[in-house]
Design a protein around this ligand. Structure first.
Ligand code: DGY
Length: 325
């Protein structure tokens, strides 16, 4: 009997086709995300599941997953999956690191320059027919060259953002769980510092840290107090790293001059007050949304599923599981 693979949402075809050659594949047709009842029903009968970052895979669900060998998350972040529970049930979990680094770095950089040069405000103004001629004082922004960017979380995507910032003549400081190698620091001209130093010295703070117990609300009231007046904030990681309510307060007071957000604390809900602020740029979690990257992610989940079902060690097994399989 063919083994069963369930996709919780349609993803670019390439990976689906790879799996259709070997297994019985079912794709949740939508519209929207798979509902909990369907997820419960499907996980009971499948050998592999391809999940999205919005699918909560918890202990209750995993208890029912009698045949499940592998959860292949279509994302680099996997905070949607209870890794501890998956380990207890001996179910492999994989993610998609590496292939989305540049795409996400580009979005972080795009958010930063869109904020500092007021691109969205200026576009609205022009469309509204308000442009009546060159004006020496029109939409004055902040130049990036010579400014300090603080990279919070110096993994692959943080490093990519750092290299883009370096190319634009910015001074790069960073804070991470641990410093990166001297070689990488040298290549990026990046200086390791404490969180407090990063908060007090950065003109732009770009968040790249994964979400976990230690990073939940890492940027909360106390951190905001330590930031420079007029700091810009960019988040392409996970919304819960920032206390969104406190961010709104500081955007209103001007302490934070602008925020570029691709992710939200209560995603897909967005704190309503953000909509009425002109100093924010809001994106619908599109960090990895390029055709090239999403195709590569699709291939990657398929390769991971094949390895997992054929008794091999998937290439992108999450690090927590490296000793288990
Ligand atoms: C991820 O893969 O974790 C990203 O958030 C997707 O854009």
């Amino acid at each position: 009997m063919k083994r069963k693979v369930f996709f919780t949402r349609r993803i670019p075809e390439i990976g689906i086709k790879m799996l259709q050659k070997k297994y019985e594949v079912e794709v949740f047709p939508g519209p929207g995300n798979v509902d909990r009842d369907t997820l419960v029903q499907k996980i009971q009968g499948c050998d592999a599941i391809v999940t999205l970052l919005s699918d909560k895979i918890d202990e209750e669900l995993l208890q029912k997953a009698a045949n499940l060998k592998i959860i292949a998350n279509y994302a680099v972040g996997y905070n949607n999956i209870d890794i501890h529970a998956a380990m207890q049930h001996k179910i492999m979990v994989t993610n998609t690191p590496g292939v989305l680094t540049n795409a996400t770095g580009e979005i972080a950089f795009a958010l930063m320059i869109t904020l500092t040069r007021r691109i969205i405000e200026a576009d609205r103004f022009t469309r509204n027919g308000e442009f009546i001629g060159w004006d020496p004082l029109l939409f004055l922004g902040d130049e990036l060259k010579g400014k300090t960017v603080g990279i919070l979380g110096m993994g692959r995507i943080g490093q990519d953002m750092a290299s883009k910032c370096k190319a634009f003549g910015m001074r790069v400081i960073y804070h991470s769980r641990k410093p990166v190698s001297g070689e990488i620091e040298q290549k990026l001209d990046a200086v390791y510092c404490s969180l407090d130093q990063l908060l007090s010295q950065s003109d732009v703070i770009s968040v790249h840290t994964p979400l976990n117990d230690k990073t939940y609300h890492l940027l909360g009231r106390e951190s905001f107090c330590k930031m420079k007046n007029g700091v810009y904030l960019v988040n392409t990681s996970r919304g819960e790293v920032i206390d969104e309510g406190v961010l709104v307060e500081h955007l209103k007071s001007g302490k934070v001059k602008g925020a570029g957000l691709d992710v939200y604390e209560y995603e897909p809900e967005i704190t309503r007050e953000l909509f009425s602020l002109s100093n924010v740029v809001l994106l619908p979690h599109i960090g990895s949304a390029t055709i090239e990257t999403r195709n590569k992610m699709s291939e990657m989940v398929a390769r991971n599923v094949i390895a997992g079902l054929e008794g091999e060690r998937p290439e992108n097994l999450v690090p927590e599981m490296s000793d288990l399989f």
